[in-house]
Design a protein around this ligand. Structure first.
Ligand code: IMP
Ligand code: MG
Length: 179
């Protein structure tokens, strides 16, 4: 049973749902007076669960877009080079964007995507991440909307993977060290 690979549950499905609702309310509050659409950009694949739950808690017009980014580097050490594997579908020049991510770790991916979206002429770009792991931060970025701050442990579930697995767990847990 794959759930046997989980050492502890850090955030239950209910805790995640409550936090996602709260973030959605904050975003609604900040953007509701805006007449323009918000371009919500999910960073695949990790953000997929968070994205689909979050957008349903945002009570104003949003447009869906997605990006896939990969950071080069071996193992857990990132070289700092980020490559966009799937680009935006929309022309975001003059648009308000929110980048929706599962976890900000070193921050290298988000720093790159932030610069990239600004380079595409977006009017504003905010970052929304369910999890924040500040202990390993390298890039100096501001996360505008954050769910939970987490310790330096390897987390899986609710979109987060280890070697492509565990994304479908409904909660976020710590993987057993021997896995
Ligand atoms: P960074 O902020 O550029 O270092 O990269 C963030 C990405 O690293 C996230 O989108 C995840 O794909 C991955 N990542 C970082 N920490 C974890 C973790 O604890 N579990 C699973 N993936 C992680
Ligand atoms: Mg990710």
């Amino acid at each position: 049973m794959f759930e046997d690979d989980i050492q502890t549950i850090m955030f239950s499905a209910d805790e995640i749902a409550a936090k996602v609702k709260e973030i959605g309310e904050n975003i609604t509050c900040d953007y509701k007076l805006m007449t323009e659409d918000i371009f919500c950009v999910g960073i695949l694949k990790g953000a997929v669960m968070f994205y689909t739950d979050l957008v349903r808690q945002i009570k104003t017009n949003v447009k869906f877009d997605f990006m896939v980014a990969s950071s080069y580097g071996s193992g857990t050490k990132s070289s700092g080079a980020v490559k966009i594997l799937k680009d935006l579908d929309y022309d975001v020049a003059g648009k308000h964007m929110i980048l929706i991510e599962d976890i900000v770790d070193t921050g290298i991916t988000m720093e790159y995507l932030l610069k990239y979206c600004r380079g595409r002429g977006a009017k504003s770009v905010k970052i929304c991440s369910l999890l924040n792991k500040p202990s390993r931060r390298v890039a100096d970025i501001t996360i505008d909307y954050v769910g939970f701050t987490v310790p330096d442990e390897f987390l899986v579930g609710y979109g987060l993977d280890y070697d492509g697995n565990y994304r479908n767990l409904p909660y976020i847990g710590v993987l057993k060290p021997d896995i």
